[in-house]
Design a protein around this ligand. Structure first.
Ligand code: ADP
Length: 485
């Protein structure tokens, strides 16, 4: 099947380098092929979004509600089918993928409502006789650049608020997962979204991603991806005076204290570190464990890992699907080699053979690590977690915060004092108590501190800060002729 760009309501091919969309559980299973979009295609997508902006930005909130609500309903109706597509394209298990599709549907429903709630404020002026209106206006054409690890949910949580608040969009999904983005755009088209409001370009980040970031007609960029790319995008946007929001990596700590419930801690660690093959920016990659529970915790995690089935993402029995591609698999394995050279004891982390030719790897737990090691400083983005033994809570907090990242931080403890202190002092945008560091709700803000994020938060009602601009209007009502038509 040929995967196409969507520009001004038409599905159009591109003549760039040939790309193949393959199933990471079985490389002989090809989902589709496409010619990478060229810079010209990106420019025509921007032009279509710019042409559609005047009408969409003036559209009624009822129209926006109806489109987004219908899209949410269609996604929820088709969640099984979308879940299978997602599992086949990205490699998370079909259960995880169906849950992701469900979440995408819920996001559209939530932002349908936000379109109706997008009003401003009316304040009295400090000057006699004046009123002050604070209006929320759409920003303009917004470029949305998304990664491969949540191929439906991340496009959904950027597209839905962009459209709800009257912006027009060019979406550029990651090279590895174009088919999910194509389905999402089809659903929005079927939901009655006018032509040109949402355009899709399939191509490389270096060519079309960069062209979108640099286009003078793009007013804002919302990006999720790697640290290095995100920084470049933010710098280019700042230089051009564009609004920007970038979500980058994490090196998320999960602190386990002596007084933790062992079962809760093990579930939080295994889920947070290894589910979705560890390919989540909120993954618990550093397990920081106090001495009194360390050995029991490590034994219990190992026992739990031994029960997990690694295999084809579409098989019902699979707990952990493949790594997304060969490049990522090689990177994961390389990090383990380095960890061992630096003195870590690597358990698991082996290449696993299955009947189909996919990128299967067993979960890796790296023991006896210190926070200075590379494995604890850089984001791996695979089924890999390390354990850092500490003496007490104070040391655990110091180690947890000793990272450039600050996306999510978790603590497993039954002590109110420790939990309360951690909520206040963990340097992260999200704190999880007796819960995995990964796995978030769709109606509340998402984002990090330090090097993890730059710009306003995504999701929930906070998404409005990025997807609207504020206009302050001063009105002297006494001077307005009440009789005029
Ligand atoms: P990953 O290593 O996970 O692929 P990237 O940051 O490279 O992370 O990719 C995230 C998204 O950013 C993808 O859609 C990718 O195509 C895009 N991208 C990559 N390089 C650039 C760039 N120079 N400018 C804009 N977007 C880019």
């Amino acid at each position: 099947m040929e995967l196409l760009n969507h520009i001004d309501g038409r599905w159009v091919p591109s003549t760039g380098e040939g790309m193949t969309d393959v199933n990471p559980s079985d490389v002989t299973d090809v989902l589709g092929e496409y010619g990478a979009a060229t810079e010209d295609v990106a420019q025509s997508a921007v032009a279509a979004a710019a042409a559609a902006f005047p009408a969409w930005s003036q559209s009624s909130v009822q129209q926006r509600f109806d489109v987004l609500d219908r899209a949410g309903s269609l996604i929820l109706e088709r969640r099984q089918e979308l879940g299978r597509l997602l599992a086949r394209e990205e490699g998370k298990t079909v259960g995880e993928a169906t849950a992701e599709a469900t979440r995408a549907g819920q996001i559209f429903k939530f932002f349908a409502g936000e379109a109706l709630r997008g009003g401003g404020e009316l304040l009295p002026s400090v000057r006699e006789g004046l009123d002050v209106e604070i209006l929320r206006r759409p920003v303009g054409v917004i470029a949305l650049i998304t990664p491969w690890n949540f191929p439906i949910a991340i496009p959904a949580w950027k597209v839905a608020p962009a459209l709800a608040f009257g912006n027009t969009v060019v979406l550029k999904p990651a090279e590895l997962v174009p088919a999910c983005a194509v389905e999402l755009v089809r659903i929005l088209e079927e939901s009655g979204l006018p032509s040109g409001v949402l355009n899709l370009v399939l191509g490389s980040g270096a060519v079309v991603g960069d062209a979108l970031v640099r286009s003078p007609s793009v007013s804002a960029v919302s990006f999720t991806g790697s640290d290095v790319t995100g920084r470049g995008v933010a710098a280019a946007c700042a230089a051009a005076g564009k609004r920007v929001q970038v979500e980058m990596g994490g090196k998320n700590p999960l602190v386990v204290l002596d007084d933790a419930d062992l079962t809760v801690a093990v579930e939080a660690a295994v889920n947070g570190a290894f589910f979705s093959t560890g390919q989540r920016c909120t993954a618990s990659s550093r397990l920081i464990v106090t001495a009194g529970i360390h050995d029991r915790f490590v034994d219990a995690v190992q026992r739990r890992l031994a029960t997990l089935t690694i295999g084809h993402a579409l098989e019902a029995a699979t707990d952990i699907g493949p790594v997304v591609d060969r490049r990522q698999l090689d990177k994961d394995l390389e990090y383990l080699v380095t960890a061992a050279q630096e003195g870590g004891e690597v358990l698991g982390g082996d290449r696993v053979d299955r009947p189909t030719d996919g990128f299967f790897m067993s979960p890796a737990l790296v023991l006896s690590t210190t926070n200075e090691m590379r494995i604890n400083q850089e984001e791996v983005f695979g089924p890999v977690a390390s354990v850092i033994r500490v003496e007490n809570y104070d040391e655990a907090l110091t180690v947890a915060n000793d990272t450039r990242f600050g996306l999510s931080a978790g603590i497993c403890s039954t002590s109110l004092a420790a939990v309360t202190h951690f909520k206040r002092h963990a340097e992260a945008g999200m704190v999880m108590v007796n819960a995995p560091t990964a796995g978030v709700d769709y109606h509340v803000p998402f984002g990090g501190s330090k090097a993890s994020s730059y710009g306003p938060r995504e999701q929930g009602s906070y998404a409005r800060e990025f997807f609207t601009t504020v206009k302050t209007v001063y009105v002297n009502p006494g001077q307005i002729d009440q009789q005029s038509p």
